[in-house]
Structure formats: C-alpha cells, structure tokens
Ligand binder design. Sequence first.
Ligand code: TXA
Ligand code: MG
Length: 345
Amino acid sequence: METKVILMKDGSNCRFFDEAAALIQKGEVVAFPTETVYGLGADALNPGAVRKIFEAKGRPADNPLIVHIAEKEDVYNLAERVPEKAEALMEVFWPGPLTLVLPAKKSIPKVTTGGLDTVGIRMPAHEIARGLILASGLPIAAPSANTSGRPSPTAAAHVLEDMDGKIPLILDGGPAEVGLESTVLSCASEPFTLLRPGGVSREMIEAVIGSISVDPAVKRTLAADERPKAPGMKYKHYAPRAEVIVVEGAPENSAAYIQKKLLEEKDVGVMAFSEDAACFKGAKVITLGSRENLREVAANLFAALRAFDQTDVKRIYAQSVSAEGIGEAVLNRLHKAAGFHIVKV
Ligand code: TXA
Ligand code: MG
C-alpha cells in the first residue's frame, strides 16, 4: 500500500478532512496530529477497522486504545457512568492532554477496550484532530502512531518511519506541542488512580478533585505476577537501540559522572540539558533544552530518542529531571526508555 502524506497548513483545509474522513468511514486507518503525539486513528465502533490499528503497530491485543471525541457530551455515548469528579476534570482540562478511564458502554467493541469493561476517552485540543473527528462523525480510536515499543511520534516524519506502506494516509500538522502522551487517569473506582503521567500533571488534577493514588507501574518495573491497571504499562517502551542509563543527582554531579564515563567508554551518547551540553566532549550529544524549562524538554524527548537510532552509539547517558509538574511524566518516559536502569550520583 502506498502511504500518502498531506501537509495541513491550518485547520481549515476541508477537502483533506473529507478525504481522511472518508477513509475512516470506510474502516481504514489514518494517522493524524494531536497536541500530545501523533495518533493512528480508526472508527472506534468498527472492530475490523480497529484490528487494522493493532496490525499496523504490531500491538498486543490486550492493550486497550483511547477513544477520541470532539465534544464533551460525546462521553455519555461511550461511558456507562461518569462520576461527578470526572465531570469536574472534563470541565477544566478538556479539550486537552487528559484521558479518563470510565466504565464502558456495551456498544464499544471489546477489541477497542482490549477486552476490558472500561474505556479510555479523550477530547484532544488539536484543530486537525478535532476536524477529523467532526468530519467523520465517529469516535476515533487512536494509539500513538509508532510501531509498538518505539518512541511515540512527535512529527509526521516519525510516523512515516514506522508506518510507510502500512496505512493509506498521514496528516502532517507539524511538530506536536506537548510531545508526551496524555495523562491517563482511571475514574472507574475511588480514589481515582494515575495510570500514566502526562501533559496534565498530578498536581493540576489534585487541585481540582483532591488527592488521587498512583499506580505502582508508573514508578517501577512490576514483578512477573503483578498486573498493571493500564495494560500498556507492562510492555517495553520508548527504547532506542542503544542501552539507556538515567543519571540521577545534582546537575554538577551528573555532569561529572558522565564526563568520567566518556573517558572510559567508546560510542557513547548523552541526552543533556543545554546548560551542560558543552562539557561532554567526544560524545554524540543531543540537547533536550533547558533544565529550567521542562515543557521544552518534554517536547524534545521522543525526537531525541529516535535521533540516537540514526547514530552508532551503543550506550546513552541521560541527565535526569526533577519529578515536579510535567517532570513526573518526563521522568516516567526516561525510566521506561532505560528499563529503569538508574544510577544515583
Ligand atoms: O496522548 C495520547 O494519549 C495519544 C494520542 C494519540 O491521543 N495516544 C496514546 O495512546 O498514547 P496509546 O495507546 O499509545 O496509550 C494508551 C495508554 C496505554 O498504556 C493503555 O494501556 C492505556 O492508555 N489505556 C487505554 N485504555 C485503557 C483502559 N480502559 N484501562 C486502562 N488503561 C487504558
Ligand atoms: Mg503508545
């Protein structure tokens, strides 16, 4: 199959929305931009269409998809029950990077929910995502548009890297603004549980509904007999070909530790903050942005992980970030890319 890429200059490009929406309505898969990462979308209510998403990604069948909607009210067509606290979160954070896991209506195919009786629902803020949902008139199931296990795509070129020949169409909306996937919050039972940190931070959620719990899979690898609440959290994620080691500690300590390693080892890469980048001589250095601006770091992280795959480095040292605000999400993705290989200095 030939994969067409359409550059969408702005959200008013109606002809292309019609072309993309017609594909969705026919049960095909279309990649599209959202404010978090690019998604691989299909009609959430058509099991055959949803199966094509799993095939294109090579995704395990027990890993559920997020269903994307264009209006807040659409949540009531998909969820059996919406707790008041979830409604309060919808009011504040939708449209935006927050996915709410709610009891699913029976009409949602099991292939979409990975066999669960809950469904993850999100109303994206991106104009092109919203335009596509409205033009198709359907809820759109969409995981991140990467091959399973690879870093999520934050640009159309990343989607093409993974999906060329596998899907008919990619809508190119430029670089993703947030750069990390949405926050996933289970609202199926009290207290609500953070399953995946993202663009809406835990502190932002707690300011609206009070304290929430955090699924253990967010912070560490689960033992073989533990079941994470978000099935996706148990799979290997974001890993570049090279081994990743996260170096945690005060900036000067982490910089000194990495400098010492550069003297001892060959074919080393460094993911560095712009403040320290100049001191890693002799390594392939990719700068994530300033340590003072974690939103910028979040937006650059996945592109950096992908860029290392174009080099021949064997090991990547990553400077760590503080776990506040969006830092919790950045740290979670770094830890997963490293398979929780962390050195404290
Ligand atoms: O920002 C995002 O969320 C992007 C864009 C495209 O919207 N999508 C995305 O989807 O990241 P995906 O499939 O790559 O990640 C969805 C995560 C997985 O870890 C999955 O297990 C979890 O959400 N999830 C989805 N539905 C769930 C449910 N009913 N119960 C528990 N976890 C669920
Ligand atoms: Mg994903």
